[in-house]
Design a protein around this ligand. Structure first.
Ligand code: SAM
Length: 205
């Protein structure tokens, strides 16, 4: 891992993910989580304040980046939540089958290298009847914006820690073994190639 990925990118990701439209999106989905939760790609812990402590018994916070996990640990300190940290990628979740009630993934499916493997791992650890809660940016429905997403993507990936602008999020979730139960898809304020959001819930297919 280079110096940029280790020292600069984590702080940059935290700043960008803290920007104005994101709290509104987090507020829509994170409070739905209940029981034992696994958050995949917890990052700097920006979702943690949105968990409802009356419904959530524990949050497993998974991220492969030690720098991100350190920031998340700091964020969790002042919160009335039981949390545990896992330094692994989503493709290798070290939890038992059928052991969590909710999986949460926000602004992370854009970055995971093997999304199908990671989503199949999420499906494996999720109990029957459990929910995957997601909020992600991805492929825009408008031809002109999608063209820009394709053009910019190769450079963007290098600057943004492997983030892809153009991933077809609902299709990936379905290919990973889930059925989408409800979803809101819309542009949120911001730079349009990175601002088409897919927010919703899915269960085992
Ligand atoms: C843009 S940040 C989003 C963080 C957080 N989910 C949020 O909403 O603020 C993307 C996160 O995905 C993590 N990540 C990268 N590759 C991953 C993988 N293979 N599995 C799980 N997380 C990964 C990064 O370390 C980073 O913390």
């Amino acid at each position: 891992m280079g110096l940029y990925e280790k020292y600069i990118f984590p702080k940059m990701a935290h700043l960008v993910c803290s920007m104005k439209p994101f709290p509104r999106q987090r507020e829509k989905v994170v409070p739905i989580a209940r029981g034992v939760v696994l958050e995949v790609g917890v990052g700097s812990g920006l979702n943690l304040p949105y968990y409802d402590g009356n419904k959530v018994t524990k949050v497993w916070c998974l991220d492969p980046s030690p720098e991100m996990l350190r920031m998340a640990e700091k964020a969790a300190k002042s919160l009335p939540l039981k949390v545990e940290f896992i330094g692994s990628p989503g493709e290798e979740i070290p939890l038992e089958d059928n052991s969590v009630d909710t999986v949460v993934v926000t602004y992370t499916l854009c970055t995971i290298a093997d999304t199908e493997q990671a989503l199949r791992q999420m499906a494996r650890v999720l109990k029957p009847g459990g929910e995957l809660i997601f909020c992600e940016h991805g492929a825009a429905p408008d031809e002109d914006i999608r063209c820009w997403q394709e053009r910019i993507n190769p450079v963007w990936k290098l600057l943004a820690g492997g983030c892809h602008l153009n991933r077809p999020i609902p299709k990936l979730i379905e290919q990973g073994g889930f059925r989408i139960k409800g979803m809101e898809a819309m542009y949120i304020p911001g730079w349009r190639p990175a601002s088409f959001n897919y927010c919703g819930m899915a269960t085992h297919a």
